[in-house]
Design a protein around this ligand. Sequence first.
Ligand SMILES: *Cc1c(COP(=O)(O)O)cnc(C)c1O
Length: 362
Amino acid sequence: MIPVTKPFLPPKEEVFQLLEGVWERKWLTNNGPLLNEYEIRLKEKLKLNHLLVTNNGTIALQIAIKALGLSGEVITTPFSYVATTSSLVWENCKPIFVDIDKNTFNIDPEKIESAITPKTSAILATHCFGNPCDIDAIKLIADKHDLKIIYDASHCFGTQYKGKSVLEFGDISTLSMHATKLIHCVEGGAVVTKDPDLLKKMAYMRNFGHDGPESFAGVGINGKNSEFHAAAGLAVLKYSDTILESRKNQKEYYDKALVNLDVQTQLDTKDSSPNYSYYPAVFSNEERALGAVKQLNLNEIYPRRYFHPLLSSLNYVDVKNQLPIANKIAKSILCLPMYYGLSKVEQDFISRILLRSKNYGV
Ligand SMILES: *Cc1c(COP(=O)(O)O)cnc(C)c1O
């Protein structure tokens, strides 16, 4: 059986060794020493000044929305994981979807401006599959209309834009370190900002609003992560370069093997080096994609229709704008299996079945 993804598991002993100290200290959570170290190591690795680890990537988004005081309408992408939209609605903001670019699958900046109204407070965009948005164009629009920018950079550990971590951009960027993400700590996330005041605010928001043992600076939530997660995260982080490198090799291997397949892959954004956290393949239409799924499933290979359905089809959103490109891509896209340890032999096998599926008709 070949699933779409498998979590990376570091050597057990390395996690257990870190946990020894937890037993000695009897300090299990509440921003303990391992969590602190995890934050420091993440900042070093990603060359970032301000980062806070949270208990997942969804709470990271909610803290970001709350810290920026967003309200009213927020312009966002329909082509992302549900948490991008649900976190807006949960925080009483109204998502306004605009269409995506057909090559990068990211929000199309040209469609943003006409969706802005006096109620618009921000843009929440996802760097889809770890490939950066058109950051410069989005910044110009946001500055012109005095809007905040949040990037859902859940997929973006290791992604670079103009030689820096893509997490440096926007007022706040959020990261997910869920087990299925490229680099993980079982369950976890982070908020990143360049603004030290915003960081302070998010730090108390992450901890129930506490700014001292008996004082509260404002409203908060429990966004803290545990020593167990930090231990797992530290053990995984040690292998991040190896994981990223192997992903790049796997991406290039698929590119070569599938050169004669009738699919479109994701175009790398200019000036970026994506992390290739997924291998999306867009077929000519939905029937063709489902035909390929059928052939793969017969061989116990399970790609995923990611992202499908489109977020604009959720039963708690309104849709104002036409989204023809997102609709077409969501119906005809498959993410192919890609995870640390997937072998070339397996990639060959998957590729052969895909190439043969061209001839089966549907
Ligand atoms: C995974 C993911 C999230 C949610 O992160 P969790 O850590 O699972 O809460 C949000 N947005 C996107 C785009 C994701 O892929």
